[in-house]
Write a protein that binds this ligand. Structure first.
Ligand SMILES: [Zn+2]
Length: 486
């Protein structure tokens, strides 16, 4: 593949004449330099793309259907200095910056880019900033800055650049916007004057609703089928039109049939996660694929954690100890996952006691994709409760999506009473210790209570391998739907 010398300027590079007439000296945006032999075509000088990209950094692929050469920049360095996140790319790229208030993450997606180095984390640990995490998404590189608290930020660099700079500093003015994950519903009247879908990189998109005043909204979330419904109490809608589209969007249903309670429902082609920002004149629902979704299921590493062990017996009813049942369920799940080609690691295989933090720590240390803690329930009152509950940590979007997907799979396959996916903050203010360690790590973890040991019918099921097989099949189905989308 040959390209004219003019390709250099679009790659942020420049050239100089070489002492060798058959070569040209190239200096890349990031300062790499070297000489490349040119090829004469119709008296014009052309550069071989492979040699050029080898010098400046990057990759190319030929899309024969579209007859276009796709260029992928390399993210060469990520650092935090002078209160500024600095990301250097081998050539200019477009990027988007989104702040997830619920989990205090600043997410930078760099279009048509890829991380080259093996490094996946840059420790910062100062000024309220914990770390930058680095990862490759389907067609962009993603840098996630984990914050300890809300800190204002400002994008300093140009929209397309090889040196992305985002200042993150308490000295910046506080944003006027109020960002809440679950806003309180109110009845302040407001008019929705426009609805549009803004596609961003890959499958990411924003639902932007222009409002006459600061509105209120709540979100209902579903995974089967995948949809996100925005309830707009107090809102009025002139018409039910919207503009824009996204490849991951099946349809947008705008319903104004109940006066004062319009809804906008995004019907999705795959499981997505969201964050909602309500500003004075607009509401923005940012939608993206969940963490660790995409790719092949067989490439995923899943840590299964049979709860309790050793002297920590868990619930004990009629001589049945939870710690033993958990291991049996975990074994069943491990073989069901192996059958799908996934890699499985168990936190314990024998009857040993283990600390709560050590379990998720193991998942982080072995770079797992998912953490699933297996438990059985008991409320201490004979035969008083039945069914399955699935817990996620606080309101972290990806663990919530995983809990919904797995819970749906398990309830479908076992036919057990659906006691809903729940946030672990419904149990304790700071959530479950076994899930807390995974907070802000990008590794989705959940805890499943597979039935009530104090209820005879549930206990008999938990003791049967047939029920445990159904449980395992349901968890696998949920995990697969999270990874593969539907
Ligand atoms: Zn337990």
């Amino acid at each position: 593949m040959l390209a004219p010398l003019s390709v250099l300027s679009s790659l942020g590079a420049s050239s100089m004449a070489s002492t060798d007439a058959g070569k040209v000296a190239v200096i890349s945006a990031s300062g790499e330099s070297g000489e490349i032999a040119t090829v004469d075509v119709n008296k014009g000088k052309m550069l071989p793309m492979d040699k050029l990209l080898a010098l400046i950094g990057g990759e190319s692929s030929w899309d024969s259907a579209a007859k276009t050469l796709n260029l992928t920049a390399h993210v060469q360095s990520v650092e935090f200095a002078d209160e500024t996140l600095k990301i250097n790319c081998s050539f200019p790229a477009a990027y988007s910056v989104v702040y997830w208030a619920s989990s205090k993450k600043l997410i930078v997606d760099i279009a048509s880019s890829k991380l080259k180095s093996e490094a996946r984390e840059v420790y910062i640990g100062s000024q309220g900033i914990l770390r930058a995490r680095l990862g490759n998404q389907t067609d962009c590189a993603r840098i996630v800055l984990d914050l300890e608290k809300d800190i204002p930020y400002k994008v300093i660099s140009d929209p397309v650049t090889s040196q992305i700079q985002i200042k993150v500093s308490e000295s910046l003015p506080k944003p006027k916007v109020t960002i809440t994950q679950q806003p309180k519903s109110g009845r302040i009247p407001f008019e929705i004057t426009g609805i549009k879908i803004d596609a961003r990189d890959g499958d990411n998109f924003d639902l932007v609703m222009a409002t006459s005043a600061k509105g209120s909204a709540s979100v209902a979330y579903g995974v089967s089928p995948p949809e996100i419904k925005v309830n707009l109490p107090g809102g009025t809608l002139e018409n039910s039109q919207y503009v824009g589209s996204s490849p991951v969007l099946k349809d947008v249903i705008i319903d104004k049939s109940t006066p004062g309670k319009p809804t906008v429902t995004l019907q999705l082609k795959r499981i997505m996660v969201y964050s909602l920002n309500i500003e004075n004149s607009q509401m923005v629902l940012s939608v993206r694929p969940p963490d660790r979704s995409g790719g092949k299921f067989s490439d995923k590493v899943i840590v299964i954690d049979p709860g309790h062990g050793g002297n920590q017996k868990g619930a004990c009813c009629s001589g049945v100890m939870e710690k033993d049942v958990n291991v049996k369920i975990a074994d069943e799940l491990a073989s069901a996952l192996h059958a799908q080609g996934a890699k499985v690691i168990l936190t314990r295989t024998s009857d040993v006691a283990m600390g709560l933090a050590a379990r998720p720590e193991m998942a982080l240390n072995c770079s797992a994709d998912f953490f699933i803690s297996i438990h059985c329930n008991s409320n201490g009152t004979l035969n008083s409760a039945s069914g399955i509950e699935t817990y996620y940590h606080k309101y972290e979007p990806s663990p919530m999506a995983l809990a919904y997907a797995v819970h749906m799979g398990v309830c479908n396959s076992t036919g057990m009473c659906d006691r809903r996916p729940r946030s672990d903050s419904s149990l304790y203010g700071s959530g479950l210790a076994v899930l807390r360690r995974l907070e802000n790590t990008g590794l989705p973890g959940i805890l499943i209570e597979c039935g009530y040991l104090n209820t005879a019918s549930d206990r008999n099921k938990l003791l049967s391998s047939e029920y445990r097989k159904k449980l395992a099949a349901g968890i696998v189905e949920g995990l697969k739907s999270y990874v593969e989308g539907k």
